[in-house]
Design a protein. Sequence first.
Length: 242
Amino acid sequence: MKGGLALIVTSEHGGNTVPQEHRALFASREAKAALDTHRGFDPGSLEIARAFERRFDVPLLAATVTRLLVDLNRSIGKKDLFSEFTANLTEAQQAAIVENYWRPHRDRVERAVETAMGDTGAVLHIAVHSFTPVLDGVERDVDVALLYDPKREREKDFSNRWIKALEGIRDDLRIGRNRPYRGTADGLTSHLRSVHGPERYVGIELEVNQRFPKGGRGAWRRLIDDLGDSLATACGRRPNPA
């Protein structure tokens, strides 16, 4: 990788699976409906992450438990760690969910980051997510976005390279920086920045508009390929031949 960065890929909201022991929490019509929306998972995110895993032959650490049980991209103590379907559980029940589902994923990612740093000295962590095209009646005017900490030069520089490479492939995409979310907001990459310095950890959240995975298969497949090609360019690898 360019700049001596080892690449790892994660997917925190890859599916909407409800573990057997917690299915009673999601038995209502409201809960079942929520599971199939952006509230239950990030449609398309796992497919992109798996494509990156194959393309770059790098570790993928993915979770498919629904974020309505516990949000793996939120920190302990944050109000949105638990959804309305689990917020009223006892402290002991919530603690058990954290230990069984939240902590294993976070620990796996932290170990992978430390292992990669031991091998190369620095790691590039791409956390793949997606977002709903419309939230609270407001349309998001972004197709693809990179979230990062603009005060960390290595993250800013890498994001600029990736965006430039993607713009060189596609002139029809609305590409955003730190939109529709702030790259410094609570999340796994923000946590890892608090543990590792800017020269050793480069954490980027890739956000893709869910209109693509919910649209035509050809356009979706093309976007996944273009994201992979542009990431390859940003990393100093040759893109796949057309």
